[in-house]
Design a protein around this ligand. Structure first.
Ligand SMILES: [Zn+2]
Length: 304
C-alpha cells in the first residue's frame, strides 16, 4: 500500500476508554503520558526537526494540571498519548527545553511519517475544540467530554452533544478521452507557477461522484464521467479529509465559470515532466510532494 502523508497513524485509539473520564484523567497524570503541545496552530519541534512532546512533570512544574483539557489520542504500546492546546497569545509557555513552534506543513517532508500523522491528528482535535467552545443549538458554553472526543452543552435544559467534524473535499485528476492529457488549474493565491488537480468541498445532499462532476464543470467548464475513487488524505488545514478521484472528460473545451481558478490547461505527461526545466514550462511546478494532489499526478505519470 502506498503511504500518503498524514495517514498511517500508529496509535491505537482505544475508544473504549473515552467514556471513563476518571480513568483517562489518572492516565494523563500517571507519569507515562506523552503530550503533544499545540500552540497557535503550531507544533513544537527540535532542531533535527523531530516532534517535541512534553511529559506530565514538565507541565506540572508550570501549570495547574486540573485546569488543562487534554485530548486522549490513544496508545503506542503501553504509552498513552494526549494532545494539549497551550495558552499564550504572543509567546508559547516555556517548559525548560528549547523548542521551535512551526506550522506542520512547513516541516512535514523532514519528519518520520508516523510523527506527521500523530501531529495531524492532534492538530485536528485541538482546532475542533478551539472552534466549538459554545453549543451550536442554544449558545451556552460547551465543555469537553469523552476524553476530548465530544463536547457537551452545559445548559441542563439542552445537553446537546457534538462530535469532532471532518469536512469532506474531493480532489480529482481528470484525463481526456484519449488519456493523453490531464487537466490542471491554478488559483491566484497559490505559490507562483504551481498547477494542480481540481478540488472542491462536498455539499449537503450530494454524492462524492456528483461533487466531482459539479466542481469540475464550475471551475473549468469540462464535463466528466467515469468517476473512480483512488485514495484519501487527512488534511487538518483546518479540518478536511481529501478524497482522491480519477475521472474522464467527455468534453475538452475549457471555459472557467467561477472565479476559483485563474487558469486551467490540458497537459501531456511530457509537459508535466518538463515543469521547472528549461523550455516553455520552466516557470511551472507541480503540487507539494506530500499532497494527495501530487500522488494523483504521479500515479497518472507512471502510466505512460
Ligand atoms: Zn445547548
Amino acid at each position: 500500500m502506498i503511504h500518503i502523508t498524514y495517514s498511517g497513524n500508529p496509535l491505537d485509539r482505544r475508544a473504549v476508554l473515552r467514556p471513563n473520564e476518571a480513568e483517562l484523567r489518572a492516565i494523563f497524570k500517571g507519569g507515562a503520558a506523552r503530550i503533544v503541545p499545540v500552540w497557535n496552530m503550531k507544533h513544537a519541534f527540535t532542531a533535527t526537526p523531530r516532534a517535541q512532546v512534553l511529559s506530565i512533570s514538565m507541565l506540572a512544574a508550570k501549570v495547574n494540571l486540573d485546569t488543562l483539557e487534554p485530548v486522549f489520542l490513544g496508545f503506542s504500546d503501553d504509552v498513552p498519548w494526549f494532545a494539549l492546546s497551550l495558552p499564550g497569545a504572543d509567546t508559547p509557555p516555556d517548559f525548560g527545553e528549547p523548542a521551535e513552534y512551526r506550522a506542520l506543513n512547513e516541516v512535514v517532508t523532514l519528519l518520520p511519517g508516523t510523527e506527521a500523522s500523530i501531529l495531524a491528528y492532534a492538530r485536528a482535535m485541538v482546532i475542533w475544540h478551539d472552534t466549538h467552545r459554545y453549543c451550536g443549538k442554544c449558545g451556552a458554553t460547551a465543555k469537553p467530554a469523552e476524553g476530548g472526543h465530544a463536547r457537551v452543552c452545559t445548559n441542563d435544559a439542552c445537553n446537546h452533544r457534538t462530535f469532532p467534524r471532518t469536512d469532506p473535499a474531493v480532489i480529482t485528476l481528470i484525463e481526456n478521452g484519449a488519456r493523453t492529457h490531464c487537466l490542471l488549474g491554478r488559483q491566484a493565491r497559490w505559490p507562483a507557477g504551481m498547477y494542480s488537480v481540481i478540488a472542491g468541498f462536498v455539499e449537503p445532499g450530494e454524492s462524492l461522484e456528483e461533487t466531482v462532476i459539479r466542481e469540475t464543470f464550475e471551475e473549468t467548464g469540462v464535463r466528466v464521467t467515469d468517476v473512480r475513487y483512488l485514495a484519501s488524505q487527512p488534511w487538518p488545514f483546518p479540518s478536511s479529509i481529501m478524497l482522491g478521484f480519477r475521472a474522464r472528460a467527455v468534453s475538452d473545451a475549457i471555459s472557467r465559470t467561477d472565479d476559483e481558478l485563474e487558469d486551467a490547461r490540458w497537459f501531456t505527461r511530457n509537459d508535466l515532466r518538463s515543469f521547472g526545466k528549461p523550455g516553455p514550462y520552466e516557470a511551472l511546478r507541480l503540487p507539494n510532494p506530500f499532497s494527495i494532489a501530487r500522488f494523483l499526478v504521479n500515479t497518472w505519470l507512471d502510466e505512460g
